[in-house]
Design a protein around this ligand. Sequence first.
Ligand SMILES: NC(=O)c1ccc[n+]([C@@H]2O[C@H](COP(=O)([O-])OP(=O)(O)OC[C@H]3O[C@@H](n4cnc5c(N)ncnc54)[C@H](OP(=O)(O)O)[C@@H]3O)[C@@H](O)[C@H]2O)c1
Length: 337
Amino acid sequence: MQCHNLCLLGFGNVARALVRLLRAKTPELRDRYGIDWQITGVATRRLGWLVNPRGMDSAALLAEPAGLAGTVAATNFQEWLRLARPDVVFELTSLEPRTGQPAIDHLRAALDAGAHAITANKGPVVHAYHELRDLAQARGRRFLFEATVMGGGPIFSLFRETLPATTVRRFRAIFNATSNLILLEMEAGVSFEAAVMKAQALGIAETDPSNDVDGWDSAVKVATLATVLMDVPVPLAAVQREGIRGLRPEVVRAARAAGRPFKLVCQAERVGGGVVASVRPEQVPLDDPLASVRGTDLLVHFETDTLHGLTIIEHGSGPDTTAYDVMADFISAVRTR
Ligand SMILES: NC(=O)c1ccc[n+]([C@@H]2O[C@H](COP(=O)([O-])OP(=O)(O)OC[C@H]3O[C@@H](n4cnc5c(N)ncnc54)[C@H](OP(=O)(O)O)[C@@H]3O)[C@@H](O)[C@H]2O)c1
């Protein structure tokens, strides 16, 4: 049984859900995979660079990270890495869509220090996928990011592990639950503003919903997926983007009545040697898999050179399912049986 030192960059919803899940799954990880773990480092801007090389009390960490007994505060990231000696660094900080920093620098340094690098953050994948992939390979480590798109739905690992020699020609998707919910509410006669407030009351939309309704969140996910699965760098700026803010409720209602409801459709398609990617509201026929997406479900439909069509639907994604993807990456990275 090998005990792995784990370091967490970011200690928000996903990181806390990951620690809870690891605690719940500890017997299974030990018995089935021979994997044990301890947390030797936790860092956020507010908490600083916390280290305990002998392993933190994970229950106490969840209860009160700031006052944790036995931890010392490193002065910077490099010292934190040196003292915590991670086998795996989980990069679970907030998305910085324009540059992907400082997460890219942190992941690069983690790999250079000999750790596996696992992230739920789309920024490093959009901005530095090829570099981090190659660096991980050169260091004999893994760079994994299953949680970045449809947290809880296996996409990257599905293609990596089970679909060899398959080329993705095109995918279409609904990646933003908030926009989908707002469109469904508008179909039922609710105004755009009231639909946003309902999504906020349900805890799905953020206080500032512009990332969702203006298509930014979807665009980052399209760029992430296309960059990895089509193996062509697709910068965020290259994704043509239009949100749902300009749709009038009566137009949305009429579209549903005509059997071609509006959805905020994400798409990427190989054209020549490149990829054309977009996010925009589109009317979809009722027999299109995208038309069936309800509530907070997410869906992606792939067209490949080997399969006639592959659709993945995820029901009820959130921090817990995202944390599951992160844990699955951890097991993939370190398992020996
Ligand atoms: N929530 C989900 O269901 C979900 C699904 C898929 C993907 N993701 C992705 O997973 C990541 C984490 O999401 P979350 O919901 O856990 O976010 P969150 O609750 O907002 O937590 C973010 C954490 O990152 C820390 N942080 C932010 N910037 C930092 C920096 N520059 N250096 C160090 N720490 C930093 C924050 O603490 P301080 O403010 O103290 O620094 C906080 O602890 C995000 O990239 C998100 O896009 C989330």
